[in-house]
Write a new protein. Structure first.
Length: 297
């Protein structure tokens, strides 16, 4: 009976946490979209009502993608529970030896990671893919992502343990003053843990940019490699930046440019493109009726 109650409590915690994560994901998705616009130096001020509705849908999509990313990293961290506990046991042995040799006593409170259930192994596969993909060219990102995987699993485990403690204290018939104080502290800590849990991956260096670009690419707002045909007077603007195009089949008013990055397309009346030149890159907005985009497959 107790196992069934424990299982039902676990399901209730997961459902409430997912509901909270979904609501937070919508808000976070909107923030991610604004941050991407700030990152490329453009915001669609001329968006229509229909575009506004699309922005809301995009925010939900980005929030969902980001929550999936967090869940995948957390699941990977929980699946790696034996590894983290193994390192902790080794650290405790070394700490005990240090305390004995130095005559000091350094306090350490061991952490506990939740045991992985079958569903965590499914999400862990995606988490492993994310880690390999993002860190494929940078060992520093690998280390920071590894820290993020461990941190996410630890925060999730702490949240669940606090929830169990809160439930136990709330069902106590005669709580002591210490129980009431601890219950108050646990209830105030839970929202803080949720905020840290949701923002931790954004604080990992080198990942935020790729995650933003990937979300925009998924929404077909960003295209990394495309051929574009630009119409005057924007051809003249490009020439002023030292960008010379090819002859275009669209007419004498057009010029053709290869290997162009489409930073922003689909919302508002402008398309933001990025062109490479010898001294770096140049980006500027062009009205959508003055540019034709041919995306490479």
């Amino acid at each position: 009976m107790s196992n069934k109650t424990s299982f039902n409590n676990g399901i209730e915690v997961i459902n409430s946490f997912l509901n909270l994560s979904f609501k937070s994901g919508i808000a976070l998705g909107g923030a991610v979209f604004i941050f991407y616009c700030w990152r490329i130096g453009y915001f669609p001020q001329d968006a229509s009502v229909g575009d506004g509705l699309l922005l809301i849908l995009l925010a939900i999509s980005f929030g969902g993608l980001y929550i999936f990313f967090i869940m995948s990293l957390t699941s990977l961290g929980i699946v790696f529970r034996p590894v983290w506990h193994g390192f902790q046991r080794l650290f405790l042995v070394l700490l005990k030896a240090f305390n004995k040799l130095s005559g000091k006593k350094i306090e350490y409170h061991p952490f506990t990671i939740e045991k992985a259930r079958i569903e965590f192994f499914f999400f862990a596969m995606f988490g492993l893919f994310f880690v390999i993909w993002f860190s494929r060219l940078d060992i520093k990102i690998l280390w920071t992502l590894t820290l993020c995987v461990w941190g996410s699993a630890l925060i999730w485990s702490t949240y669940l343990q606090n929830h169990r403690d809160i439930s136990t204290l709330e069902h106590k018939e005669i709580p002591t003053d210490d129980d009431i104080k601890r219950l108050r502290n646990l209830n105030s800590t839970q929202p803080f843990l949720v905020v840290i849990f949701l923002t931790l991956p954004l604080l990992v260096g080198g990942v935020t940019g790729e995650l933003l670009d990937g979300a925009m690419r998924l929404a077909n707002i960003r295209k990394d490699v495309a051929v574009v045909h630009i119409k005057e007077p924007y051809v003249t603007y490009a020439v002023e930046y030292g960008l010379i195009g090819e002859k275009s089949a669209f007419g004498s008013d057009f010029s053709k440019y290869r290997d162009i990055t489409i930073l922003f397309d689909g919302l508002g009346r402008n398309v933001v493109i990025e062109m490479k030149k010898a001294t770096g890159t140049v980006s500027f907005a062009i009205p959508s009726d003055h540019i034709y985009i041919i995306q490479k497959k």
